[in-house]
Design a protein around this ligand. Structure first.
Ligand code: ACM
Length: 552
């Protein structure tokens, strides 16, 4: 393995092709203050894969020294690192600008050891583990390098979430946007409002494939994370320098909450007590009633959330809020008049601004989907630009921070090829190469405006992903290309060396194999990865490419 095989690619490296350092039973980890968790991670991963003890030790020539260095911080930032393999004394040093940089350097070290370093136990006791001798300097392009996972449409049990955090870390991604609530399920325990999970975390059946398919699976689906589960997930992420940004989607995408507490809905428009957790896909008309009671209820929810999630940013959704019920509701119309609001867009904005003020008063910052720009936005709020670049450009020009995640580029639920074989093909065709050529900073922005682009994230909506194998298939290999976009200093899209990336992917597929990732093979889906319908056929499950709407 050499320094040029890394994914994501490093900034600068020099190595000596002839010289190697061999890890063996004498190899010690010398963890300086603030890096003990990185030593723990190395022992738990590389130690397990190699069968080497990698014991603590602060002297001798066989050391891997981990340290935080102010010099590296100045030159490369807190997430930057310098890795040197000398084979001398010490044999290896990883100096990070901060502990995060040391951790990303440790990830690089594992890649340099070869694909078998990604296994959980050694295949054989009598093999050598080499590192190439050389030096490497690296730092990320963006501070926000994220993956959003929708656990509402299909629940991912806690083990799967922890595994995804490991997969993010292996790709030097540092934000996990946790989409915890939607019309089809509420996935986080809220002590003050237990029916959110008692009722809201289960649905009686699930639509098969595209929302127009006409087929349901006729099986209950559900699950939720207890507050202890969430604490564990957050701590596990933190140890890997990943921030978990929770999302509670308001005021739309709320049918599961309304099914649990009918008074949250527009009771003067429909009989909300007859609503159940939604069993199909699309944009749902049942939105929250814009009352003071609803605000108090969600303040309770967010209060519990703030105690669980230390993230500065808290995501409040804000997307795809149909306003029909507000138009029809005498109560909502009266509230609009009372609050001096001209139309329903202003009512949505009023709702969002309330939580913006509320979060700001508690030292946090609101982030929401780009619809929150409609009707005005409070100054500190940030935007996830999903409907193309336009929302992000408008937000950056208005001085708001932005995370770029346009659905045309980085929605990983969308199909990876045009063939009929893709399992439940929905959305745009977005190939590995398309993702590799994705540019998060639009050319139209000035330098000052571009500084508002915090970074980028790929989004995974799970309507047609019933289990983690299906999630793996959609996410990989495209997440590897995305990670390089988010981390590495790539040239302009047209100048990117996709052929070179594909060559490096040969190695990376071996790493993913060792990790047990059920990625889409370069040659297309394997027979059992093709469209499996409830009757074993693919009839009606997908959606033709012609006329495909943005949402499933
Ligand atoms: C979204 O895809 N509705 C944010």
């Amino acid at each position: 393995m050499t320094f040029t095989d890394l994914i994501p690619a490093a900034r600068a490296a020099e190595w000596n092709t002839a010289a190697r350092f061999t890890l063996d039973a004498r190899t010690r980890i010398d963890a300086r203050p603030g890096t003990e968790h990185v030593a723990r991670w190395l022992r738990g991963t590389v130690g397990a894969a190699t069968g080497l003890p990698l014991a603590d030790g602060d002297s001798g020539p066989h050391r891997i020294v981990l340290s935080v260095s102010p010099g590296v911080a100045e030159e490369l930032g807190a997430e930057g690192y310098r890795l040197a393999v000398t084979g001398g004394e010490p044999a290896v040093t990883i100096e990070g600008g901060g502990a995060a940089g040391v951790f990303w350097g440790a990830q690089t070290l594992r890649q340099l050891l070869g694909p078998e370093a990604f296994r959980r136990a050694p295949l054989t006791q009598d093999r050598d583990w080499h590192l190439p001798v050389g030096t490497l300097q690296d730092r990320p392009r963006f501070g926000w390098r994220g993956l959003m996972l929708d656990v509402a449409r299909h629940f991912m049990p806690k083990d799967g979430v922890l595994r995804y955090l490991d997969l993010l870390a292996a790709h030097k991604l540092n934000v996990f946007h946790f989409h915890l609530t939607d019309d089809q399920g509420w996935r986080v325990e809220i002590k003050r409002h237990p029916r959110l999970t008692e009722v809201g975390s289960w649905r009686s059946r699930t639509k098969w494939g595209h929302r127009a398919s006409g087929l349901w699976d006729e099986k209950p689906h559900g699950g939720y994370y207890t507050q202890d589960d969430i604490r564990e997930i957050v701590a596990y992420a933190a140890e890997r320098h990943i921030t978990v940004v929770p999302e509670i989607d308001v005021p739309g995408h709320s049918q599961a909450a309304i099914a649990a507490y009918p008074e949250l809905g527009n009771t003067d428009v429909i009989d909300t007590s007859s609503l159940t957790v939604w069993d199909t896909w699309g944009i749902n008309p049942n939105v929250l009633a814009p009352t003071d009671n609803t605000l108090r209820f969600y303040e309770d929810v967010f209060e519990e959330l703030l105690a669980l999630f230390p993230s500065t940013f808290i995501h409040i959704g804000g997307d795809e809020c149909l306003k029909d019920q507000w138009r029809e509701s005498p109560a909502a119309q009266a509230l609009m008049r009372q609050r001096g609001l001209a139309d329903e867009n202003e009512l949505q904005s009023w709702f969002i601004r309330h939580f913006d003020t509320w979060l700001t008063a508690r030292g946090r910052r609101l982030i929401g989907w780009d619809e929150i720009l409609e009707g005005g936005l409070a100054p500190g709020a940030a935007v996830s630009s999903w409907r193309g670049y336009a929302g992000g450009i408008a937000a950056a020009r208005a001085g708001h921070d932005v995370v770029m995640c346009p659905e045309q580029q980085v929605y990983l639920d969308h199909r990876q090829a045009a063939g009929e074989d893709e399992p439940m093909p929905i959305g745009y065709v977005r190939t590995l190469e398309d993702v590799y050529r994705f540019e998060p900073v639009p050319a139209q922005l000035t330098e000052d405006e571009a500084a508002h682009v915090l970074g980028t994230q790929a989004n995974v909506w799970t309507e047609v992903m019933q289990d983690s194998s299906r999630v793996d298939y959609q996410v990989f290999p495209r997440l590897a290309a995305f990670a390089e976009v988010a981390w590495s200093a790539l040239p302009a899209p047209a100048d990117r060396d996709f052929a070179g990336f594909e060559q490096r992917m040969d190695r990376h597929y071996r790493r993913l194999d060792a990790l047990g990732v059920a990625y889409r093979p370069p040659g297309g889906p394997l027979p059992w990865q093709r469209r499996p319908g409830p009757d074993g056929t693919s009839a009606g499950l997908g959606r033709p490419i012609e006329g495909t709407p943005p949402n499933v």
